[in-house]
Ligand binder design. Sequence first.
Ligand code: 9D3
Length: 252
Amino acid sequence: MWTAAISIFPRMFDALTGGDGVVGRAIARDLLSFRVIDPRDHTDDRHATVDDRPYGGGPGMVMKAEPLTRALNEARAAAPGPVTTVFLSPQGRKFDHRVAAELAEMDCLVFVAGRYEGVDERFVRREVDLELSLGDFVLSGGELAVMVVLDAVARLLPGTLGNAESVDAESHADGLLDHPHFTRPASFGGEPVPDVLLGGDHGAVARWRRKEALGRTWQRRPDLLAARPLDADDRRLLREFIADVPIADTME
Ligand code: 9D3
């Protein structure tokens, strides 16, 4: 997969590509290419101006359409095929696993990170294919959001993850939260590891994990269960989980 980011803070992306995260690994294995294009390199004035005051007044500055458009055209010229342009903004569609899986199917992606109060709407209307938000909180710019999305997409590319980590065994691939995890020692702070995990009955372990995954999803993210029909086995496991919840935990 070929990717690029358009950003006036290119060095922020060293955190993504420099270390040994999934994105760095995918790049090292040639499963992914990534470059940053700085709109400042696409200005003609002495001060390399990328922002200007908002028409209509008000606080803050707006990113100019022309440097962004020229940066995007540099990306298009470098890409091996047609690009999908993804703009990270608070006004976007909420990013989730489904969107990550859709993006992982694309050949060429260009991510646009905004700064200041926003981006000239004519750039968004003319050039952007998909506008994405990470959720209802305020970031200071789009760069971290681009990195979050790229991390989530890179791990879905065939060959990025090791054998031990598989995509479809994990939380959210099947729409449930993960079950609890334990490692040695068998007792910590007076709290023992659940007996079933020490017994070596792999069927019983699998049922316990499924029950905990269903139960925790019911407790913490009921919206995920509402979006997902349960089969008869899952319904029985969830009933068992609910029957074991202490009364105090079920009261307000
Ligand atoms: C405080 C400024 N806000 C006034 C109502 C508007 C605003 C402008 C620019 C808020 C945030 C930003 C920068 N944010 C992003 O570029 C961004 C973002 C986010 O803030 N939250 C969640 N997802 C994303 S994706 C890009």
